[in-house]
Design a protein around this ligand. Structure first.
Ligand SMILES: NC(=O)c1ccc[n+]([C@@H]2O[C@H](COP(=O)([O-])OP(=O)(O)OC[C@H]3O[C@@H](n4cnc5c(N)ncnc54)[C@H](O)[C@@H]3O)[C@@H](O)[C@H]2O)c1
Ligand SMILES: [Zn+2]
Ligand SMILES: [Zn+2]
Length: 396
């Protein structure tokens, strides 16, 4: 079959690889019909290189048709249409029963000291072959895949694999009071969707921050009060501008949908590299005025949130020894919640929103649909934020 493979830093290719097969009685194999490209894939593309092996198959946002099931998968049959969570979890252990599927005790990657394995996501997360491919082996298929109705196009349900539950969890963890306010840092697919969900779930005002024109425009069109990082001289000014709108206090909650680049000791260099691939017009002025720091967005969140408010991190952080302003965190009595999204924890709550009325705008959420063979270009376009790319969906 054809699959998108990682070959090295900023080098992905479409290769011919062996078809996946059932290996365990709890496996299924699906034929992938659509597969998302995610901000998390960009971490692999550039800075998680040390944790990748050339030939690794990328991707973790699949929807498709069941081809074959193992003997213990009684809930699915060949021909069923399914969307598959980005994490692999068993559904019956202590953690899964508590709605913490990313911490599944049956599947944890204990050799690396990590939680549940993820499709297409480094050896830290089990080196599981990913979903940007024609076929996908799905372990723990007795639990993970969600059956979805025939009819609507893939995009209606595709985002149940990652974007929707991630944004949903970001909003749930942010714990915005009814009629309250929330600021969302980063308006990529996750931040954009978090804004939509926050509004749908009763936040009175949603402030969105980014530095890419198309992303700001998209959010503004859905009622988000947007702030362009490029138009402020310092982080302090940005924080002051949003605090002015909230009686000087700051929003009840801040969602960080930016994240950072995971790192070892070479963190600063890695962030510089990430800045280096952004268009000069963006990276130059920003680097001058804002700390090009792997924790930049988190520091902004800490300054911005009101006293006693909540910070919800969905952007991925990977540092092991990052200094944080503990005095401010403690004195402001800030609550922080974070983690990979527990997909099946939220999926039943999200499903009623995936209707013809389309309150979250999933049907038109993707900016680009491309064949799998265009993956190398798609990665480059998405990383450089070219051509208005916000969400790219590949069609094997
Ligand atoms: N927790 C989870 O389960 C989970 C799931 C999916 C993605 N993620 C993570 O969420 C993050 C966002 O994902 P995405 O797909 O939306 O990616 P993305 O890279 O498209 O979005 C990040 C956005 O942040 C903006 N940005 C950069 N610096 C900023 C700053 N200082 N202030 C405000 N905005 C800034 C960028 O312009 C970009 O639009 C990534 O770190 C990704 O790995 C987490
Ligand atoms: Zn993703
Ligand atoms: Zn489990």
């Amino acid at each position: 079959m054809k699959a998108v493979t990682w070959q090295g830093k900023r080098d992905v290719r479409v290769d011919e690889v062996p078809d996946p097969k059932i290996q365990e009685p709890t496996d299924a194999v699906i034929r992938v019909t659509s597969s998302g490209l995610c901000g998390s894939d960009l971490h692999l593309y550039e800075v998680l290189t040390p944790f990748m092996t050339p030939g690794d198959i990328l991707g973790h946002e699949p929807i498709g048709i069941v081809e074959e099931v193992g003997a213990e998968v009684t809930n699915l049959q060949p021909g069923d249409r399914v969307v598959v969570p980005f994490q692999i979890s068993c559904g019956h252990c202590f953690m899964c029963s508590a709605g913490l599927q990313t911490q599944c005790e049956t599947t944890q990657v204990t050799s690396e000291g990590m939680g549940a394995p993820l499709f297409g996501y480094t050896r830290l997360y089990g080196a599981v072959p990913g979903a940007q491919a024609e076929y996908l082996r799905v372990p723990q298929a007795q639990y993970g895949p969600m059956k979805i109705p025939e009819g609507p196009a893939d995009d209606r349900f595709l985002y149940l694999s990652d974007v929707l539950p991630t944004a949903w969890q970001a909003v749930a963890y942010a714990d915005v009071p009814q009629g309250g306010t929330v600021a969302v840092l980063g308006l990529g697919p996750i931040g954009d969707m978090a804004c939509r969900i926050a509004r749908a779930r009763g936040a009175e005002r949603v402030f969105g921050v980014d530095l890419v024109t198309e992303r700001l425009t998209r959010a503004r069109a859905r009622g988000v009060e947007t702030y362009d990082l490029r138009s402020f001289d310092s982080e302090k000014e940005l924080v002051a501008a949003i605090q002015d709108e909230t009686d000087g206090r700051g929003p009840d909650a801040v969602i960080d949908a930016v994240g950072t680049e995971a790192h070892g000791s070479a963190a600063a260099r890695m962030v510089q590299q990430a800045a280096a691939v952004m268009p000069r017009a963006i990276s130059g002025p920003i680097a001058e005025r804002f700390s090009v720091d792997r924790l930049a967005a988190l520091h902004t969140a800490i300054e911005l949130v009101r006293r006693g408010g909540t910070i919800s991190l969905s952007g991925v952080y990977g540092g092991m020894a990052d200094p944080l302003p503990m005095l401010t965190l403690f004195d402001k009595q800030i609550q922080m919640r974070m983690g990979q999204a527990n997909v099946r924890r939220w999926s039943d709550e999200i499903m009623p929103y995936l209707t013809d009325e389309d309150p979250l705008g999933v049907d038109g959420f993707a900016t680009h649909h491309v064949p799998l063979s265009d993956a190398p270009h798609a990665y480059e376009m998405f990383q450089r934020k070219q051509d208005g790319a916000v969400k790219v969906v590949m069609r094997p």
